[in-house]
Design a protein around this ligand. Structure first.
Ligand code: ADP
Ligand code: MG
Length: 346
């Protein structure tokens, strides 16, 4: 892409989402079966039998998404699958098949790659998905792992990012911020280790946070709960880049805004203590940390009883008219505009 004065535009000026827009805004869908294309957690491919196919892919790159000095290869394999199936759950569907494509440098012995696959196989068993193919190539710049997933949902179950309506409840599963704090602890201990390899890393007591970072579990159980409750979200997204960023995606796709209450955000006691210890704001971790792989969704007000006092979920806000800003409201009722940092890989 060239600008008027022939100077190249730096990717950094666009950011990840700006770049995707720039590259894909004039995409044409030529097949009627391509019901939903770019812009949601999965593409929705409509067949005529009341079932939709859900298709998504995600790539993990060494040094960008993971650091092998503290990420065991088996955990990486499991996490790579979790990250992918999470996008299918985010459509209120069930994953069935994955393909795995690898770029590997010769520094990896076969044993190491077998460890990676032990994690992939364990995740396939956990999520009941089948590994049905992939591709293998060499890489000069570390390990690259790209997974695609295919899932299904009945047409009436599919939850897009675009379905939220004014007054809908905004709800998130589990907790947010712990994965980011787990990463900060791993980074801190790696720093200590690098400066003095004789010091053992101090990871005891942070297990919950570190597990969430190294081996997140996609919320398959939440989809089962929805089925048991006879509940379909009006819109849904998974929390990969950070809660604030995902809230803004739902708002933009749905043509609404959200008011979010900071004291309703589900933050573990351990996350608050760890954030304090590290001198960072636990609310910033919860809103902008990312890699939580929780489900963020909206529900019609009539479903309030299903979620109030339900320990698996937190009602964190509600949808407003799009003429409002996305607001973060604190316990003293003062409001600031919600903004999203998201992950800036570029
Ligand atoms: P998620 O965080 O749910 O994995 P992303 O933020 O990575 O989603 O992507 C947003 C949307 O853009 C998705 O619909 C995805 O399929 C699409 N997308 C991302 N990168 C590309 C690309 N290089 N070409 C085409 N579509 C892309
Ligand atoms: Mg997603």
């Amino acid at each position: 892409m060239m600008s008027d004065n022939n100077k190249n535009v730096e990717i950094e000026t666009l950011g990840e989402f700006g770049l995707i827009d720039e590259l894909t805004s004039d995409t044409v869908l030529r097949n009627v079966s391509s019901h939903v294309g770019i812009g949601d957690d999965c593409a929705v491919i409509s067949e005529n039998d009341g079932e939709d196919k859900l298709l998504s892919s995600d790539m993990l790159v060494e040094g960008v998404h993971f650091n092998l000095s503290y990420m065991p290869l088996k955990s990486l394999g499991f996490k790579a699958v979790s990250v992918n199936v999470s996008d299918v759950y985010a459509m209120n569907g069930l994953p069935e098949q994955i393909t795995v494509s690898l770029g590997v440098s010769s520094k990896f012995p076969v044993e190491a790659l077998k460890e990676l696959y032990a994690g992939i196989h364990a995740a396939c068993e956990y999520y009941s998905v089948d590994l049905v193919g992939g591709d293998t190539t060499s890489s000069f710049s570390g390990l690259i792992l790209s997974i695609s997933v295919l899932g299904t949902a009945s047409k009436s179950d599919v939850s897009l990012r675009s379905g939220a309506k004014e007054n809908d409840l905004l709800i998130v599963s589990g907790d947010v911020g712990s994965s980011y704090l787990g990463l900060q602890i791993l980074e801190r201990e790696k720093g200590v280790f690098n400066s003095n390899p004789n010091i053992q890393p101090k990871l005891d007591g942070y297990d919950e946070l570190i597990k969430k970072q190294l081996q997140p579990i996609a919320r398959m159980d939440v989809i089962s709960m929805f089925r048991e409750m006879s509940f379909t979200p009006t819109s849904m997204i998974d929390v990969s880049d950070g809660l604030a960023s995902e809230i803004m995606h739902l708002a933009k796709s749905s043509g609404c805004s959200f008011s979010v209450y900071s004291d309703k955000l589900p933050i573990l006691e351990k996350s608050i203590l760890t954030a304090q210890e590290l001198g960072i704001d636990p609310y910033v971790c919860a809103l902008n940390g990312g890699e939580d792989y929780e489900l963020l969704f909206t529900a019609d007000q009539k479903d309030f009883e299903k979620f109030k006092n339900n320990p698996n979920f937190s009602i964190i806000g509600f949808a407003t008219d799009k003429s409002n800003a996305n607001l973060l409201i604190d316990k003293n009722d003062s409001a600031v505009t919600l903004n999203a940092q998201g992950w800036r890989h570029f």
